[in-house]
Design a binder for this molecule. Sequence first.
Ligand code: HEM
Length: 455
Amino acid sequence: MTVESVRPKDTTASAEPPVAGGAVPLLGHGWRLVRDPLAFLSQLRDHGDVVRLKLGPKTVYAVTTPALTGAVALSPDYIIAGPLWESLESLLGKEGVATANGKLHRRQRRTIQPAFRLDAIPAYGPIMAEESHALVERWRAAGGVLDITYESFRVAVRVAARCLMRGSYMDARADRICADLTTLFAGMYQRMVVPLGPLYKVPLPANREFNRALADLHVLVDEIVADRRAGGQKPDDLLTALLEAKDDNGDPIGEQEIHDQVIAILTPGAETVGSTVMSLLLVLTEHPELGDKIRDEVESVVGDRPVAFEDVRKLTYTANVVTETLRLYPAVWILTRRAVADTELGGYRIPKGADLIYSPYAIQRDRRSYERNEDFDPDRWLPERSKDVPKYAMSPFSVGNRKCPSDHFSMAELTLVTAAVAHAYRFEHAAHSDARPRIGITLRPRRLMLRALAR
Ligand code: HEM
């Protein structure tokens, strides 16, 4: 599949995609998407490479094969828009990189990209290692039962904030950012699946708490920007890049754009890494033999000293556990796009204005792409085996112009955290731990309460 193959050819000649089975009057497939979205999306490929879904009165096009999802992600005819993004805009702002399109998006990517380039990552190494070891020590001191949701999001926020917006002030503020984002993400998902606008304006305690967290997050970002300006320092980090960025006329970018950019980068960074750390800890709890092997690998690579960023390259087994976790539990489990032209996809006509969805979760668990597709098998990422994985069947960070800028950053961070905690602890579920998937804006275990048992 090439990019060209999705561009309009003779669109009159191509067919409408089939309608997926299981629709009910009025709600269409909506009830299945609400009730059990993962199972629903995972069987759609049996109905066709592209299938139409009815969500109430609306038609949405679901793309089900790796090749076609790659084609969608790579084509300029499909942009970021649609219900998921509209619901996120109230949090992420309209002028940040995650929601912008076209020229503005290209300029913003150019500004932030240097902070995430492969050769920029080693500079973050000491902070990533420090935070990983601090987690191990924190859990030793805490003893007893750990609330893993809080712990995972906390480390994700701290690493993103400390690496990308350096400065000691961050240490104090990271906890506040973390608390705000936890409240906001729960509320955002509710607003997305139950879009009852006026209901969320009623001054109920949950709405008041949501509004308070949103206001506090905006205040925090303004404080961080103001502090940096007042200090007059220009460390080589993402915040400096944003403050120095110029628009297409060579003028400094506006305050609103700086603000939205900080939120648009911190927010997905915290939510995705936090969710993945939770999934990793679930994997270590349910497959203790993986943790034992990671411990052995760390000891043979690192010896007695604490694991450091420089070791990451050699921790191949640990990295394969992270990759396999991203395959089976992709934090970004659903993606949406909108067609800006009449196009053709896999021989089907996609009209201008159509909303498309596809699911990295469904693609990455498909039996057509993976043998023993539901098994957790880190060795499938050994070089001699991974070459058999079909193109675009493993894209947890997506591909194309919206690809996550933070893939190298995240892999380094997740590998270090996993190595440090698996070296120190085995895990077991405590009372009230609930490992079932929580399907929100990201995918993660619902509520993990774990006991960390020192090795
Ligand atoms: C975009 C996944 C960590 C910042 C994306 C996209 C995916 C993704 C799939 C593309 C969305 C789309 O195509 O519509 C992940 C995963 C992560 C992770 C699985 C970790 C496990 C991070 C971190 C940061 C970050 C740590 C920042 C600190 C962003 C931004 C975008 C993005 C700014 C928007 C890019 C654009 O639209 O140009 N991420 N991400 N992500 N991610 Fe990540």
